[in-house]
Structures are given as C-alpha cells and as structure tokens.
Ligand binder design. Structure first.
Ligand code: 1GP
Length: 230
C-alpha cells in the first residue's frame, strides 16, 4: 500500500461498477489519465465479492498504480484487495439499515480487524429519486433547505469528514451545490451524477472539492478525451 490516503486532495475520481463491463482498451486509456486522482470500485446492484475482486484485478492488470478504493455497499462484497475503503452512511435513507444496522453487523463480525487509517466515512445524501440507490435505500429526496440541514447534521453533529451529494444518473442542481459550499465550514464536499463533459466538471468544481464520474465512462469514448484528457 505505497500510496498516501490523501482523499482530501483528490479532485477527480472514476467510479467503476463491478456489475458492468469495461473493455481493456478503454481501461488502459483511463488509467493513464493525467487528471485521474483515484479509482473507486462500487455500485448499487449486483455487487458481489467475486465481481468486485475481478474488477480490482482487471484495473491493476491494466497498469493502474494510483489509489484504488472500494466503496462498500454490502458486507459480503468487501475484498482485502483495495488500498482504501469508503463507507457510506445514507443520511436520507428510509431505513436504518443504510445508516446504522449494516455497519453494526460489519463491526460485530470483524470490527477488530479494521485498519481505520484506510477508511473514510461519507455522509451521503441521495438527490435523484429515480436512481437505483434511492430505490434500494428508500431514500426520501430532500428539498434544498433540507439538504443544508443534512450538511449541518453531517458536519456538526456526526462530525463526518465527507459530505457526498449523490445525483447518480442525472446532472445535479448547481445552485444547490453553491448554497451547500457557502454553508459548510470544513467538511469535504463530494459531488456525483451525470457528468459527461469537462465543462460540467469545471462547473461543479467551483463549489465542491471532489467530483465522481461513473455511468458516463460506460457510454462511448468522448469522455476519456474531454474529461480525462487521455
Ligand atoms: C455514482 O456519484 C456517482 O455513485 C456518479 O454518478 O454514475 O451519474 O456519473 P454517475
């Protein structure tokens, strides 16, 4: 594990989904991107230990040497093969499973084995009601003022390091990102959702610290050139 877990300095992350297939030629291009700060492996549906380990292996075999993370969505899919781990707490989930119960089960099973220096916890707010993650977690999508309340809750009550505005599948409300950025004190802001062009990356990076790009990577190669400069 030679790379520093410098997540607070990362601007552009690629999120690769173990349930989807990325051809090797594309992956070989992506891993050479001069603007890619880290690769996150994770998704919502059909995530298993096997497909997660296979994807991590494929990424390493493509020559990737940067930080490689697993965003953990189920206990069963946790592999020892990532450098670091993101653990989401879905703050607007409709069930405690996604903000407490699954985490407690994990801690009871192997909490004593966890190296916390390799873990960052993300306070997620799911903002696209039509996303798979919204359906899975029965998330109740918040209005703008409620998002600010979630931000304050994450930052000042839970004292979380990361606040993640998750628009997965659609491009988000940039005015809301601006409002969130004006209200945060120190919590790290992450945005994900609907990025296809460098112009959108620049737009959201005015207000957040890190942008996550997922689905767009599976739709043609234009994004590699325009966003990832490779
Ligand atoms: C998903 O936030 C990421 O968890 C990225 O969203 O797949 O829409 O790019 P997209």
């Amino acid at each position: 594990m030679p790379k520093a877990f410098a997540w607070s300095k990362w601007k552009i992350l690629a999120k690769l989904d173990p349930e989807k297939t990325m051809e090797n030629t594309k992956l070989h291009r992506l891993v050479k991107s001069p603007v890619l700060d880290a690769i996150v492996v994770g998704g919502t549906q059909g995530i298993t230990y096997t497909n997660t380990s296979q994807l991590i292996k494929q990424i390493k075999e493509a020559g990737y040497r940067g930080p490689l993370l697993q965003e953990v969505s189920s206990l069963e899919s946790i592999t020892p093969d990532a450098d670091y781990y993101f653990i989401p707490l879905v703050l607007n989930a409709g069930k405690l499973e996604w903000m407490r119960d699954a985490h407690l089960r994990a801690l009871k099973s192997f909490g004593h084995l966890i190296d916390w220096s390799r873990v960052a916890v993300e306070g997620y707010v799911v903002c696209n009601p039509d996303s798979a993650v919204a359906r899975l977690t029965s998330a109740s999508v918040p209005k703008a003022e409620e998002v600010i309340a979630y931000l304050t809750y994450a930052e000042n009550i839970l004292n979380l390091p990361v606040f993640y505005l998750e628009y997965s599948g659609i491009f988000g409300d940039v005015e809301l990102l601006k409002a969130v950025s004006q209200r945060r004190r120190k919590i790290h802001l992450v945005y994900g959702g609907g990025i296809r062009e460098a112009r959108q990356v620049a737009q959201v990076l005015q207000y957040v610290d890190t942008v996550v790009i997922g689905n767009g990577l599976y739709e043609g190669n234009d994004i590699l050139k325009d966003v990832f400069q490779c």
